[in-house]
Design a protein around this ligand. Sequence first.
Ligand SMILES: O=C(O)CCC(=O)C(=O)O
Ligand SMILES: [Fe+2]
Length: 169
Amino acid sequence: MLSDHYNIEFNKKVTVSGSMYREGDFLLCHDDASDDRAIAFILYLTEEPWLKTWGGSLDLFQTIDSEVTHRKKSIYPRFNSLVCFKVDPNVTYHQVSEITSNVERLSINGWFHSDMFKHEPKLIAEPKVSLAKHMKFYSIGAHSYLTEFINHNFFDQKLMSNVQQEFIN
Ligand SMILES: O=C(O)CCC(=O)C(=O)O
Ligand SMILES: [Fe+2]
């Protein structure tokens, strides 16, 4: 059925995992493209009704020339509902927004695979600006702004360079 709908011939491989997102959990924007993943699926096993104020939406993004332009759609989990989409590299970008309440977002999710798909591994580009360079743009204005919500201990120059070094490593 799914095969007819998408006009894709699946191979025998299906990847399945169970996911549980709890308060503070989220999944950053990505496109799922890897190896022979063809169709992504998510079966939601959340309590009903799921309130929008709890976060946890599956957000789908619009892209133009592989660049994300805006959020196209937000799908909130519904018990026993199945969401599927074709894995399209640099196109089917999506994320799970942060869970903002003390609830569990349970799902069974994975991919149907196909020999018709062979996604190239992505090269992660080196950051164009080194972290050390950012330090030069750290202005007095930025400092007074940041002190509103960052622990003052983190403004210690020595600690700052240690943290930066950790990230570089
Ligand atoms: O749980 C969802 O709604 C999406 C999960 C997802 O995108 C993934 O696991 O790759
Ligand atoms: Fe995904």
